[in-house]
Design a protein around this ligand. Structure first.
Ligand SMILES: NC(=O)c1ccc[n+]([C@@H]2O[C@H](COP(=O)([O-])OP(=O)(O)OC[C@H]3O[C@@H](n4cnc5c(N)ncnc54)[C@H](O)[C@@H]3O)[C@@H](O)[C@H]2O)c1
Length: 338
């Protein structure tokens, strides 16, 4: 993996082989090599365990990171004095970027936006299908066609959809739901009323969100203050027959309380993420007709992953032409981001 050294910036790739193949598909790699000098990194190298790679760090201007990248520690930063930017072709940068990077003036950007898009699409699809209780009906249909009564189910018209978190994904979902005949509520301690109105949503607190929603979708990041945030009390505020969608993180919801509510049949659930993940094979959630579980596929999968590479290479192109990064992460935001 190399290119002619005809560019001012030298880029080192720091991600595992599987990510490299999925993120830097040939068309993205061609754009990358047309923009910068890409250091030849051998197969299997995760950039820090290789002496050749360590020896090259002093020349590196940009680290293009991805899944499997080891933490960019103060020692790595020390060994890369020319480093201007860490462009992360994956979601959260928290696990890989040491705070010292910001202190040294290294710009950091994340492709979380590109990973957010498919989650928003997945959620909108889930909201539409949940409106008709299509997941529950499909399961009942498999068990006994005669007992399946679609007219006994609520429809989507005028349904109230609650979004927990005006995160990137929460906002994208709200923007997309504007075109439906739905009423959207949103809860987020960082959101103002006018920002909510701009999203076409009504700003409410968590109790009102859970008490008024027919369909409630979780989009908050997993932080100390959101771990177990959706507890037995909040779940208990959901109306009978409502649908809970979680594409965020399993640990935001109290797992035992969720299981109780689902096993009782009082609520339906669409769960792309769970706690634990994956679920144990004997989890009742896997067999309930009112629960639809997917194995963490709402984010980028298959050909969608190249979008993250495209975003990172676009950031590199902006860097080379002196434009500000479009998806820069500021250290001040880190505490509230996924
Ligand atoms: N299922 C998947 O494949 C998949 C893929 C990508 C992201 N995710 C998850 O989706 C969720 C949203 O991701 P994102 O990138 O949009 O997040 P994000 O980084 O944009 O979220 C940060 C925002 O969340 C909001 N927030 C912070 N604390 C909150 C709180 N206590 N209550 C409500 N809102 C709060 C704030 O608006 C903050 O700016 C995360 O949990 C993330 O891990 C899942």
């Amino acid at each position: 993996m190399s290119s002619e050294p005809d560019s001012a910036l030298t880029v080192m790739l720091a991600m595992n082989d599987a990510s490299r193949a999925r993120v830097l598909v040939p068309r993205v790699m061609a754009r990358l090599e047309a923009t910068a000098t890409v250091l030849p990194v051998g197969p299997g190298t995760t950039f820090l365990d290789d002496r050749e790679v360590l020896a090259a760090l002093p020349d590196v201007d940009v680290l293009l990171t991805g899944w499997g990248c080891p933490r960019i520690s103060p020692e790595v930063l020390e060994a890369a004095p020319k480093l201007q930017a860490i462009l992360h072709a994956a979601g959260s940068v928290k696990a890989i970027v040491a705070p010292e990077a910001f202190d040294r003036g290294v710009q950091v950007s994340s492709a979380a936006h590109a990973n957010a898009l498919p989650v928003a699409e997945f959620t909108v699809a889930a909201v539409v299908l949940a409106g008709k209780r299509a997941f529950r009906l499909a399961a009942q249909y498999r068990i006994d066609r005669r007992k399946t009564d679609p007219h006994g189910m609520p429809g989507s018209y005028g349904t109230t959809v609650g979004l927990l978190g005006a995160s990137r994904i929460g906002r994208m979902v709200a923007e997309r739901l504007r075109t439906f005949d739905l009423h959207v509520l949103i809860s987020d301690p960082y959101l103002t009323q006018s920002e909510a109105a701009d999203l076409g949503a009504e700003l409410v607190g968590n109790d009102e969100l859970f008490g008024r929603s027919d369909i409630l979708s979780v989009h908050a990041p997993l932080l100390p203050e959101t771990t177990g945030l959706v507890d037995a009390r909040l779940l208990g505020l959901l109306r009978d027959g409502s649908v809970l969608i979680n594409t965020a993180r399993g640990k935001i919801i109290d797992a035992a309380a969720l299981e109780r509510e689902c096993v009782s049949g009082r609520i339906d659930a669409v769960l792309d993420v769970t706690d634990p993940e994956p679920l144990p094979p004997d989890s009742p959630l896997l067999d309930l007709p009112n629960v639809f579980v997917t194995p963490h596929v709402a984010g980028a999968v298959g050909n969608e992953i190249a979008r993250l590479g495209e975003l990172a290479v676009s950031e590199l192109e902006r860097l080379t032409t002196g434009q500000p990064l479009q998806h820069a992460i500021s250290p001040a935001d880190l505490g509230r981001l996924a």
